[in-house]
Design a binder for this molecule. Structure first.
Ligand code: 5GP
Ligand code: MG
Length: 193
């Protein structure tokens, strides 16, 4: 399938599939059953990524799956600079002493992941292992005076991208394009950059 006209193809459905196969093998080799792992999927953006990745884990892997819903973007393409936890994981889930495999669509500024890692640790998780479909490479800015918070790095990432605004495979632009089987870059009007 081709990307819509106003977009530039980044990764085809086939490329995503084979990359996720390798990523699932990497996860299965690093995360041990003794960690009693639970995958926590960040809705909405990670729903397709998580569904495909988790089905590639070995049948005997023994991982639980839970969901939470979070928002850091408004309806456009810029971060609101705030993270809202719209829906937490079910209250009866006990994270104490366990490893969380936190699955999100993209790690951009790291604001969302920083917030969620703290939240899940506060809920008792022993360890939070961050796994994203996309990791945005950012140009390092010179540090201003005073200590600068270190940008969180994902332990697992399927692809690294540049500054493009990406849609497809679960990621949206104003609510649309999540259903595209490929990852594509939107050609944004200058005013939205
Ligand atoms: P962060 O908190 O790391 O700055 O941003 C993470 C969130 O911003 C992601 O979960 C995603 O919802 C949104 N986001 C960041 N970059 C993009 C992008 O290129 N495309 C889309 N669709 N969402 C993005
Ligand atoms: Mg998101």
């Amino acid at each position: 399938m081709q990307a819509p006209e106003n977009m530039r193809l980044l990764f085809t459905a086939g490329e995503i599939r084979s990359r996720l196969e390798r990523l699932a093998r990497e996860i299965a080799s690093k995360v041990k059953p003794s960690e009693r792992p639970i995958a926590i999927v960040v809705l909405q953006g990670a729903f397709i990524f998580a569904a495909d990745l988790l089905r590639k884990l070995p049948p005997a892997f023994g991982i639980e799956i839970a969901f939470l819903r979070c928002q850091s973007y408004g309806s456009g393409t810029r971060s609101s600079g705030r993270v809202l936890l719209l829906q937490d994981i079910d209250p009866e889930i006990d994270l104490r002493g366990r490893t969380v495999l936190l699955l999100d669509d993209i790690l951009d500024t790291g604001l969302t992941m920083n917030f969620l890692v703290s939240h899940l640790k506060r809920r008792g998780a022993e360890r939070v292992r961050v796994c994203v479909l996309l990791h945005r490479r950012r140009v390092a800015r010179p540090a201003k005076s005073g200590a600068r918070k270190k940008r969180l790095k994902p332990e697992f990432a399927a692809f690294t991208i540049g500054p493009d605004f990406v849609v497809g495979y679960g990621l949206d632009y104003a609510g649309k394009y999540r259903h595209l089987p490929m990852l594509a870059a939107v050609k944004l009007p200058r005013s939205k950059r």
